[in-house]
Write a protein that binds this ligand. Structure first.
Ligand code: B30
Ligand code: ZN
Length: 262
């Protein structure tokens, strides 16, 4: 229940999540700070097959203000994440964003202690677990593919079909149908060779289940300062600007981060 937790520095904030959601105090939590000198290059870690992301026929995408994030819910023909040494195929259910009040913060994952203005999460569930809610608490039940954003001088026109609807979803729980677009449209590099970091972790919001195979792209997505500003025009349930919806980094503990990138 959305009122039990927040990102504020209060008794509902990240330090207190574990009181209502014990998994938030676990040893495999997300996000993390990825330190490049401790990451292991894994020559057996395969690239993803993102080809089914390009299907847009028979697909519906709905943009929703969830009060703590802007989320694109996805129904219709399956968009499937394959390869990447995942134990099964994983079906896309939604993607959403984490951002800050300023361009110097907002990402959940950090790279060598560096913060980025925004992070996008493509959330998938393991096909053989039948549905998302069943997969949510299952070990390896989810695969989240994350992308960090970096500020660019030019607008990223690939984001326009999303951003043009933000004025309609200013208040929580409002939805807008958007023109379906392949998430890979935001990538400029070779989609068959998307380099990423891999580790095992959790949902970054309560209930923080340790069910997520994390893949964080090493390719950044460009976004301009005015485009970032649009995300901050959304409101939360308290009618404040929806900003700083990111969890602080969690201890790596005994985990290893691997990568496809030499
Ligand atoms: S994340 O990618 O690790 N940030 C959920 C999915 C992905 C992440 C975090 C949470 C999730 O689905 N949580 C289940 C509860 N959600 C449902 C939802 O549709 O997303 C309700 C909620 O959080 O309060 Cu918004
Ligand atoms: Zn997320």
């Amino acid at each position: 229940n959305a009122e039990e937790w927040s990102y504020e520095n209060t008794d509902t904030g990240p330090k207190h999540w574990k009181e209502h959601y014990p998994d938030c105090g676990g040893l495999m939590q997300s996000p993390i700070n990825i330190e490049s000198d401790k990451v292991l290059y894994d020559q057996n870690l395969n690239y993803f097959d993102l080809s089914s992301y390009s299907i847009t026929r028979g697909v519906n995408m709905t943009l929703v203000n969830k009060g703590h994030t802007a989320e694109v819910q996805y129904t219709g023909e399956d968009m499937i994440l394959k390869g990447g040494n995942l134990p099964d195929d994983y079906k896309l259910v939604q993607f959403h964003f984490h951002w800050g009040e300023d361009d110097i913060m907002g990402s959940e994952h950090l790279l060598n202690d560096e913060r980025f203005p925004m992070e996008m999460h493509l959330v998938h569930y393991q096909s053989k677990l039948f549905n998302f809610s069943n997969a949510l608490s299952h070990p390896f039940g989810l695969a989240v593919l994350g992308f960090l954003f970096e500020i660019s001088a030019e607008n990223n026109t690939q984001l326009d079909s999303l951003l043009q609807h933000f004025s309609k979803i200013e208040e929580p729980d409002i939805k807008a149908e958007i023109e379906p677009f392949p998430p890979t449209r935001l990538l400029s590099g070779n989609k068959d060779r998307l380099d990423f970091y891999r580790y095992f972790g959790s949902l970054t919001t309560p209930p923080c289940y340790e069910s997520v195979i994390w893949s964080l792209s090493t390719e950044f997505i460009p976004i301009s300062v005015p485009q970032m500003t649009l995300f901050r025009t959304l409101h939360n349930e308290k009618n404040e600007h929806l900003v700083n919806g990111y969890r602080p980094v969690q201890a790596l503990n005994h985990r290893l981060v691997t990568t496809t990138r030499r």
